[in-house]
Write a protein that binds this ligand. Structure first.
Ligand code: ATP
Length: 340
């Protein structure tokens, strides 16, 4: 058993989870056979994950579908017992689900709801106040603050079933954070929301993180969430951590080249630009193309020499492009890329 760094908000060592899955052959006879002799298969959802987060750190937890993100977050919040390894969150062992631990954490799952459907959100807030034994003055202060940052005015007294998805998600977040947890597990908190609502949720999480120095693990399929909130990225693939580092070096792992953006003084055809790079697009006097990272300076110098360029900028590939590069193929487990 290893010791966790004394100041770690989240400490994970060699964490594992295998699910036992019952296998059934198709059809009626298959059902009968599996009734008599049940076959089970182990699905290794998480296979020895290790990382430490310090208090106040916000990390993006990324990976393709089925990589093991939700399973990891459920183990860290004590909803699932690990099959092996060690986890400590805010100094507690999550699987014990002690009341003092539950007061320190929250798990928000964008796809699940905790608000009572037929009642106004305010009633669910009061239930949470009672469950978490939040003193009245703290409850009022937190409600004022959340109402302000999330714009909850006018929606708290409406039946939850009558709220829009975005309004409901704001109330879900407020309910989940009312007890001012220090460690937030946010699993797809912006799923299905429109761009403005996604931005409100991001602003709220950012504000909460700064105000309470809360540690946040965030999974999202919207890369804008991750780039706006997290500096450090953990990438999990087929149950194993394949990257732990900053956004910039994640971009460096991908085959995707850099993007050169051009503002031109006189028009150029896409065909002419194809001589300098790939994925060329031209829109009036603006153009962009992708070039291999090792050849950025040489291609940029050629473009400046050959064309009438007013402005030229070089950008890293988008994180979507990086993830598509890393996981678009879906072949055998990816090799370990980097451990920072
Ligand atoms: N209750 C369960 N029983 C059996 N297998 C499960 C169970 N829950 C998850 N799995 C399997 O474990 C693996 C990891 O699933 P998990 O939900 O943790 O992935 P994820 O990274 O959160 O995926 P997504 O991005 O699609 O939500 C998948 O192969 C999934 O099918």
């Amino acid at each position: 058993m290893t010791t966790s760094p004394p100041d770690a908000a989240v400490h994970v060592r060699d964490l594992r989870k295998a699910y036992a899955v019952h296998e059934k052959e198709p059809g009626f006879m298959g059902s009968l056979r599996s009734f008599v002799s049940r076959k089970t298969r182990q699905v290794e959802a998480v296979r020895g994950v290790s990382f430490d987060l310090h208090p106040g750190e916000v990390v993006g937890f990324l990976g393709p579908n089925g990589a093991g993100k939700t399973t990891t977050l459920k183990m860290l919040s004590g909803l699932l017992h690990p099959s092996g390894g060690e986890a400590r969150v805010a100094g507690f062992e999550p699987r014990r689900r002690e009341a003092a631990f539950l007061r320190q954490i929250t798990l928000v799952m964008g796809q699940k709801q905790q608000l009572i459907w037929d009642l106004p959100a305010l009633d669910s807030f009061l239930v949470n106040q009672a469950i978490y034994e939040i003193p009245d003055d703290q409850y009022r202060a937190t409600m004022r603050e959340f109402t302000d940052v999330l714009g909850l005015d006018g929606i708290l007294k409406k039946q939850v079933r009558k709220l829009s998805l975005g309004e409901r998600m704001k109330c879900e977040l407020a309910a989940a954070l009312l007890h001012r947890p220090k460690v937030l597990f946010l699993d797809e908190p912006t799923i299905g929301l429109d761009v403005n609502m996604q931005e409100s949720v991001r602003a709220f999480v950012r504000d909460y993180n700064e105000r309470y120095d809360a540690t946040v693990i965030l999974t999202s399929h919207y890369m804008a969430d991750v780039t706006a909130l997290a500096r450090r990225i953990l990438v999990i693939d087929q149950g194993a951590l394949v990257f732990d580092g900053d956004l910039g070096s994640l971009a460096g792992q991908a085959r995707a080249g850099k993007t050169i953006r051009l503002q031109l003084r006189s028009p150029v055809t896409a065909q002419a630009l194809a001589a300098y790079g790939q994925d060329v697009s031209v829109d009036g006097l603006s153009a962009q193309l992708s070039v291999p990272r090792a050849e950025v300076s040489e291609r940029a110098a050629r473009l400046l020499a050959d064309l009438d360029v007013a402005d030229l900028t070089v950008e890293d590939p988008s994180i979507e492009a990086v993830m598509a590069d890393l996981f678009g193929h879906r072949t055998p487990p990816a090799p370990a890329l980097e451990s920072a």
